[in-house]
Ligand binder design. Sequence first.
Ligand code: S3P
Length: 185
Amino acid sequence: MIVAAQGPVAVLIGPPGSGKTTVGRALSGLLGRSFRDTDSDVEAEAGKSVSDIFVDDGEPHFRDLERDAVTTALALHDGVLALGGGAVMDPRTQEALEAYGRAGGTVVFLDVSLAVAAPRVGLNQARPLLLGNPRARWQALMEQRRPTYERLATVHVVSDDRPAQMVAQEIARTLPTYVPKESRA
Ligand code: S3P
């Protein structure tokens, strides 16, 4: 079994509303590792919210910051890493995730249905790409991105409306280095 020599213990990808942050935090807790997400890294670097970056500087600028955030986190973070929903569409990010996966890293596609994701994202005005008609926008983005999520993932987990803890446990069991609590010495 190959185990990634360095980098995150797992990288979560998937659309807005799939629970990357909630599940990612639960997984971090299970593994006793820290959690990091690229949206927060971008916000810290820019000194403003993702929404404000979209409005003030435009999406291309956001994507540049996001690509840098992903590259840095893949190199430096050794805990659980969640990527913003659109990060995987960048070709260089795709190459980096493919290399990470080939080296034994775990890329988890957190899959979710529109019915479950819509109420989560529809009320959240912090997602600039979904403004207007969140359900239709989400569906269009998911159709466009699903093949990429599936191609890059080494593990595919349906999160839907299951408790984050349960989803996190399912992911943990796929990790090469995970030892369940009941089996720990
Ligand atoms: C985006 C998803 C957001 C954030 C930005 C763009 C997208 O992250 O990066 O608003 O393109 O789907 P979440 O997936 O955490 O909502």
